[in-house]
Design a protein around this ligand. Structure first.
Ligand code: NAD
Length: 288
């Protein structure tokens, strides 16, 4: 297939390279010259205009920073410029309302389009092991699925347009809450004179067990290798967690959902991100 890829940053760069590895011909576009140069090294054909990158392709994939940019790119450079039969896939994490608006605009111009945000960070993007949560019609999902399979290990249809974003922010709100809760439990165990490894051995096979504890432990030297073992470098940046929590709280407000712990988690990450936005989000344990 001929696939245009827009947004070749930390995530998109590796994803575009995996489409090339899967045998697709990738037309790459980014505003940053360094991103274009890396994409060329990975076997993509590069373009200096998005409109030129999408001309004549079968599909367009985007991985962009936020909803405002996604809306501008689709309205100005993709809709009406990509061929009518192309399927459009936005993999960025953006607000549910903008995702639905952009998909509605694409559909009224005759395109099939999905929102397909990802779970998994830069390593998963490079390794082709992302999880995609996909919103859109059954037909759009069927067309998008094989393209997403080339970049991930799981592709799940979450329902109508915007539901991929809904799944992503609900998941990440829960992640923030259990990371803070896990950190609190380890710090309290320490204050009560309980060794961290001993607490892990007990809680990881008891009812407090959760992903933040057993796959991504915020305490260095406990559990499998994680960013805490590397002084909280790499992993999932606090600034990105805060972005997702803000999207979650916006969506909760619009939908009238009650999320007291989500709101508190956002406040905690907001304060921490002021000085430590670049650290992995498990570094929140340092605030306790
Ligand atoms: P990034 O900032 O590294 O990459 C974004 C790229 O988009 C940059 O190369 C930038 O030059 C380019 N860009 C910006 N505006 C553009 C435009 N108008 N046209 C073309 N290119 C443009 O960000 P990232 O870490 O790759 O994240 C991308 C998306 O993936 C975000 O929505 C983020 O929330 C989501 N995400 C990131 C991670 C992660 O761990 N980094 C994990 C899951 C989801």
């Amino acid at each position: 297939m001929k696939i245009a890829f827009i947004g070749l940053g930390n995530m998109g760069g590796g994803m575009a390279a995996n489409l090339v590895k899967a045998g697709h011909s990738v037309h790459a576009f980014d505003l940053a010259e360094a991103a274009l140069s890396a994409a060329r090294d990975n076997g993509c054909e590069t373009f200096h205009e998005a409109k030129k990158a999408v001309a004549g392709v079968d599909a367009v994939v985007s991985m962009l920073p936020n909803g405002k940019i996604v809306k501008a790119v689709y309205e100005n450079d993709v809709i009406g410029h990509a061929p009518g039969g192309a399927v459009l896939l936005d993999c960025s994490t953006i607000d549910v309302a903008t995702a639905r608006e952009v998909i509605a605009a694409a559909e009224s111009a005759g395109y099939d389009m999905v929102d397909a945000p990802v779970s998994g960070g830069i390593a998963a993007a490079n390794g082709g092991t992302l999880t995609f949560m996909v919103g859109g019609t059954g037909k759009a999902f069927q067309r998008a699925e094989p393209i997403l399979q080339a970049m991930g290990k799981a592709v799940i249809h979450a329902g109508d347009a915007g539901n991929g974003q809904a799944a992503k922010i609900c998941n990440n709100m829960l992640l923030a809450i259990h990371m803070i809760g896990t950190s609190e439990a380890f710090k309290m165990a320490e204050k009560l004179g309980l060794d961290a490894q001993t607490f892990y051995d007990i809680s990881s096979v008891s009812s407090g067990q959760n992903w933040s504890m057993t796959s991504y432990c915020p305490v260095p030297g406990v559990g499998p290798q994680s960013p805490s073992d590397n002084d909280y470098q790499g992993g999932f940046a606090t600034a990105l967690m805060l972005k997702d929590l803000k999207l979650a709280m916006e969506a909760a407000e619009t939908a009238g959902a009650s999320t007291p712990l989500g709101r508190h988690a956002q406040e905690i990450y907001d304060a921490f991100a002021e000085e430590h936005g670049g650290l992995d989000f498990s570094a929140i344990i340092r605030t306790l």
